[in-house]
Design a protein around this ligand. Structure first.
Ligand code: AHR
Length: 495
C-alpha cells in the first residue's frame, strides 16, 4: 500500500517550541570532562577550557536549552564546591557514575560560559536529595541577584559582576529513585517547600520544574499535580528506550532485525506515555499552563566493550537516527503540552550527538537528525492525516511511515518523514491542502543500506545527510516521494 499524507497547510494546532530540541549534559563519564571541558592548558584547541571542535558542532545545532549538572549527579552536587579558583576546589567522589574523582573544575561559571558560547538557555537542576533549602536558595541568589548580598558579592569576587539570566530551574531529579527514594506525597511536600525559596530576583523570572514520573508511574503525576500543581510551571517525565530492559540491555551495534523492531516499538511508546500523563495533567490544569518537560529521553544500550560500565558510553547507528525522528514526531504532535524535551546526553554518554577520543571527534546519526529537523524549531505545527502500511515482525506491527509538518514564519513548509521498515521502500503521496502557489521543493535524506551503519573516528561520514532526490510529480495537488528503507527525510517547500 502507498502511504498518503494530507497536510493541511492552513491549519495549525500549536507552536513547536524550540525547547523540544533541548539537550542534557551531566557529570557522567566523559560528557563534561573530555567531551566538553578539556581545561585551558589542554593541547586540544579550546576557548577558556571548552573544546572548540565540540563547540562549533553544537553551535550548528542551534541548541535552545541545556540541562545541567544532572541527572542523578544533581542530587549529590554541592554548587559551592564548583566556584572560585579551580586549583582550590574540593574534590568529590562521583558515586553514581563509576566512583571517579570529580575535581569540580567545571562549575557554575564554566556552565554559563558554555551556554553563552553556544547561544543556549541554561536549565539548572538543583539538589533536593542531599542538599538543603538554604543551599538551593543561595545558588539562585548567587546566579541571578543584581545587588548587594552575600551571594551576589561572592559571585562578583569570583569574576562575574552582572548576574546571569536563568529561566529554567529543576527542583530535584528522579526523586522517586536516585534523588532520594521518596514517595510522591513526601516529594510533593518537599517540592512545595524547596520551590518557595527559588526566588525571582529583579526581573529574572524562574520557570520551576518539579521532578516528575518515571515512565508509566501515573500515580506520581496524579499526586504531584494534585498536591503541588499550582506551585510549578513544568513537570518532568523520564522515559528511555531500552530494548531488552535495564537488566538485559542489548548492544548498540551488532543487532538484528528483531532488536531493530523492538527499539522502534519501544520508542513509539513515548506517544502513549505523553497522552496518559497529559490526560492526568488536563484534569488539574485544563488550560495546559504546566508544561510536560521530557527532560531525559533516548536510547540506552550496553556500554561499548572495554569501557567503564559507569560511563554509559555507547555507539550510535542509523537505528538511533530513526528513534530520534520518531520521538520528534511524537513531541510535535503533543506540542501543546510538551514544552521542552532534553535528549540524554550531549557528548559521549547514552544517545549522544558527538563522540570524542582524545583530540578526535565525530558526529553521530542522532546529531544529523537534530540538525536536519532544526527547521521545525518554533514553527507552527500543521495538522496532517497519515495513512500508511504496517511494518510487522513476529506477529507485532508498527506504522511503516511517520511524519510531521510545520510552517516557518516566512511561510516555508517543512515535512519530516521516517520509514522504519528495513526491507521496503515507502512510496508516499503527499497531498498539500490549502497551498497558495507552487512551491520550490528540496529535500535532505539520511539513510544507509546497513541497519548497523555508524560513524567511526576512521570513517566519520558513513551515515551523513545527502540531498533527497526521490521527490517527483510536483503539482498544486502535492507531490510524490519514495522513501528508501530505514530512512529519515526532510522535504522543504519554499514559496
Ligand atoms: O542519563 C543518565 C541517568 O538516567 C540520569 O542521571 C538519571 O536521571 C537517569 O536515571
Amino acid at each position: 500500500m502507498n502511504t498518503t499524507i494530507t497536510v493541511n497547510t492552513d491549519q495549525t494546532f500549536g507552536t513547536i517550541s524550540r525547547h523540544i530540541y533541548g539537550h542534557f549534559a551531566e557529570h557522567l563519564g566523559r560528557c563534561i570532562y573530555e567531551g566538553i571541558w578539556v581545561g585551558e592548558d589542554s593541547p586540544i584547541p579550546n576557548t577558556r577550557g571548552i573544546r572548540n571542535d565540540v563547540l562549533k558542532a553544537l553551535r550548528y545545532l542551534s541548541i535552545p536549552v541545556l540541562r545541567w549538572p544532572g541527572g542523578c549527579f544533581a542530587d549529590e552536587y554541592h554548587w559551592k564546591d564548583g566556584i572560585g579558583p579551580r586549583d582550590q576546589r574540593k574534590h568529590m567522589v562521583n558515586t553514581n557514575w563509576g566512583g571517579v574523582v570529580e575535581n569540580n573544575h567545571f562549575g557554575t561559571h564554566e556552565f554559563f560560559d558554555l551556554c553563552e558560547l553556544l547561544g543556549t538557555e541554561p536549565y539548572i537542576c538543583g539538589n533536593v536529595g542531599s542538599g538543603s533549602v538554604q543551599e538551593m536558595q543561595e545558588w539562585v541568589e548567587y546566579m541571578t541577584f543584581d545587588g548587594e548580598s552575600p551571594m551576589a558579592n561572592w559571585r562578583k569576587a569570583n569574576g562575574r559582576e552582572k548576574p546571569w539570566k536563568l529561566k529554567y530551574f529543576g527542583v530535584g531529579n528522579e526523586n522517586w529513585g536516585c534523588g532520594g527514594n521518596m514517595r510522591p506525597e513526601y516529594y510533593a511536600d518537599e517540592y512545595r517547600r524547596y520551590q518557595t525559596y527559588v526566588r525571582n530576583y529583579g526581573d529574572n523570572r524562574i520557570y520551576k520544574i518539579a521532578g516528575g514520573a518515571n515512565t508509566d508511574d501515573y500515580s506520581w503525576t496524579e499526586t504531584l499535580m494534585r498536591e503541588a500543581g499550582q506551585h510549578m510551571d513544568g513537570l518532568s517525565l523520564h522515559y528511555y528506550t531500552v530494548p531488552g530492559g535495564f537488566e538485559l540491555k542489548r548492544p548498540a551495534i551488532g543487532f538484528d532485525e528483531a532488536e531493530w523492531f523492538e527499539t522502534m516499538q519501544q520508542a513509539l511508546r513515548m506517544d502513549e506515555l505523553i497522552t496518559r500523563h497529559s490526560s492526568i495533567m488536563d484534569q488539574y490544569d485544563p488550560k495546559k499552563r504546566v508544561g510536560l518537560i521530557v527532560d531525559e529521553w533516548g536510547n540506552w544500550f550496553q556500554v561499548e566493550p572495554g569501557t567503564n560500565p559507569g560511563f554509559l558510553y555507547q555507539q550510535n547507528s542509523l537505528r538511533d537516527a530513526l528513534v530520534t525522528g520518531l520521538h520528534f514526531h511524537v513531541f510535535h504532535r503533543n506540542c501543546e503540552r510538551v514544552h521542552m524535551a532534553n535528549i540524554a546526553q550531549t557528548v559521549n554518554v547514552l544517545q549522544a550527538m558527538i563522540l570524542t577520543e582524545g583530540a578526535k571527534m565525530l558526529l553521530t546519526p542522532t546529531y544529523h537528525v537534530f540538525e536536519m529537523f532544526k527547521v521545525h524549531q518554533d514553527a507552527e505545527a500543521l495538522a496532517l492525516v497519515l495513512n500508511t502500511s504496517d511494518y510487522a515482525v513476529g506477529g507485532d506491527s508498527i506504522p511503516q511511515v511517520s511524519a510531521s509538518a510545520s510552517k516557518r514564519q516566512d511561510g516555508t513548509i517543512d515535512i519530516s518523514l521516517c520509514n522504519v521498515d528495513p526491507n521496503s521502500e515507502a512510496p508516499v503521496m503527499l497531498r498539500l491542502r490549502g497551498l497558495m502557489g507552487m512551491p520550490k521543493v528540496s529535500g535532505r535524506l539520511l539513510t544507509h543500506a546497513d541497519m548497523n551503519a555508524h560513524n567511526t573516528f576512521e570513517q566519520p561520514e558513513t551515515v551523513a545527510p545527502q540531498p533527497f532526490d526521490g521527490v517527483t510529480d510536483i503539482t498544486e495537488e502535492g507531490l510524490s516521494a519514495k522513501l528508501p528503507p530505514m530512512s529519515v527525510a526532510v522535504v522543504t517547500l519554499r514559496f
